[in-house]
Design a binder for this molecule. Structure first.
Ligand SMILES: C[S@@+](CC[C@H](N)C(=O)[O-])C[C@H]1O[C@@H](n2cnc3c(N)ncnc32)[C@H](O)[C@@H]1O
Length: 412
């Protein structure tokens, strides 16, 4: 726990599988053994955690502790806040192993708290979730019971919009620091879920042409495309995103991979994928954690725009998204993922896949959208003129491969 080297991560597939079982087992054990009221009360207080994380980020406590342990009085003075109050927040975090209280009212960083340092991309993700997302979640019951929104598939009919008065992407467009925080968070998101280079390993790129063109739609600053290009130097990659994000992407590529800009092996192109078609004629069109931001009614036109850009019959669509699994042991159910969890765990590993379900409720709250099952993706793909080919597993997040249906089979 006291290790503060964030690179010392045990992140092999074997460890990830073991952690999934352990997380599921620990949560199931507590739910089975602890008094029900105790369990439920702890969960009702779940909002305290993001509030504390947000305080620690705002007061830059983890940055301040980079040089070594410090008394809370000093941390509070530097941050310009009340020492007794900050101390109570840190104490609540320390009992859950984020920060270590090394002696009375003196705190040190540890394995968890180093994630809060502003130099870590993950701090952008934690800031975004504990602040923007959390404010939306507090309005979820109000959004779901609002009479005129019942049955709505409009992305504006969301708890996030109730809390913030505009959609997440509208808010990010007008406030640059939010956009930067979100973009850093997206890099961290990929790092957490199999790495930015996961697509380079999960898909069999060695079997495709050396000069393959890969178009990452909603690709943020292009971190995934960059990893793929580094692994396959003959490829040409295109990154499409909103104009403000593409501006940020240009800075990132200039800093991290300027040769690709000079050699024009990357194109960074602004696009509104709801209204416009991506660059035509690419071999691969790739969407990673994009469709989950959109209700079904919006996913279909986004995919139709992509299909219309596919000039080659060999063009493929790759969707890289969480794929929810059933929590029952039904035989023959179409599920993504390999074996069921060992009994008596829930068959889908329960809390071992909690983040997928937290994200599903987050998507409901933030965009009135959803994380989806494999069946859902096949249904949406078919509606946009795509045929499901197969699922590629082996990473933390599966890749679903589709091809365009022949034009005469196209159903819009
Ligand atoms: C959840 S992020 C995923 C980013 C990236 N694919 C990844 O996995 O890290 C969704 C991305 O879609 C972009 N986006 C949202 N609305 C868009 C639109 N209408 N046109 C183009 N990009 C959009 C956002 O700016 C953001 O970069």
């Amino acid at each position: 726990m006291d290790c503060t080297d964030s690179s010392a991560v045990l992140n092999t597939q074997g460890v990830r599988d073991a952690v999934r079982v352990l997380e599921g087992a620990c949560a199931q054990l507590i739910a089975s053994i602890a008094p029900a009221q105790h369990v439920m009360l702890n969960r009702s207080f779940g909002g305290v955690d993001p509030a504390c994380i947000n305080v620690a980020l705002t007061t830059k406590v983890a940055d301040q502790l980079d040089a070594g342990p410090k008394p809370v009085a000093e941390l509070a003075k530097t941050a310009g806040v009340d020492a007794a109050k900050l101390g109570r927040v840190l104490r609540c975090m320390a009992v859950q192993h984020c920060f270590t209280e090394v002696e009375k009212d003196v705190y040190a960083n540890n394995k968890l708290s180093v994630c809060l340092r502003s130099s870590e991309n993950v701090s952008g993700l934690l800031g975004f979730v504990s602040d923007d997302v959390n404010m939306g979640l507090a309005h979820l019951a109000q959004a779901l019971t609002r009479r005129e929104w019942i049955g709505s598939s409009n992305t504006n009919a969301s708890a996030y919009v109730l809390a913030h008065g505009q959609t997440l992407f509208e808010k990010a467009t007008v406030e640059a620091w939010r956009e930067q925080r979100f973009s850093r968070g997206m890099v961290a998101w990929s790092d957490i879920h199999g790495g930015t280079d996961e697509i380079a390993h999960v898909y069999p790129w060695s079997t495709v042409r050396d000069d393959t063109t890969f178009c990452d739609i909603g690709g943020s600053v292009g971190h995934v495309a960059m990893a793929l290009l580094k692994a396959n130097p003959g490829f040409r990659v295109v990154v499409h995103d909103l104009p403000t994000v593409i501006e940020e992407a240009r800075k990132v590529w200039q800093r991290e991979f300027p040769e690709a800009l000079d050699e024009q092996s990357v194109q960074l192109l602004p696009l509104d994928f709801v209204k416009q078609r991506p660059l035509s004629g690419c071999n691969y069109y790739y969407l990673k954690h994009v469709l989950h931001d959109w209700p079904d009614a919006d996913c279909v036109p986004i995919l139709e725009n992509i299909r219309a850009s596919m000039t080659s019959s060999g063009s493929k669509l790759l969707l890289h998204e969480f794929t929810l699994r059933d929590a029952t042991r039904q035989r023959g159910a179409v599920t993504a993922g390999s074996a069921h969890a060992p009994r008596p765990l829930l068959p889908n590993f329960g809390a071992g896949v909690l983040r997928h379900h937290l994200m599903d409720v987050n998507m409901l709250s933030t965009f009135n959208s959803a994380e989806r099952t494999l069946d859902d993706f096949i249904r949406i793909g078919n509606a946009a003129g795509f045929q499901f080919v197969r699922i590629w597993e082996g990473g933390e997040v599966p890749v679903l491969e589709f091809t365009p249906q022949p034009v005469d089979a196209f159903v819009s």
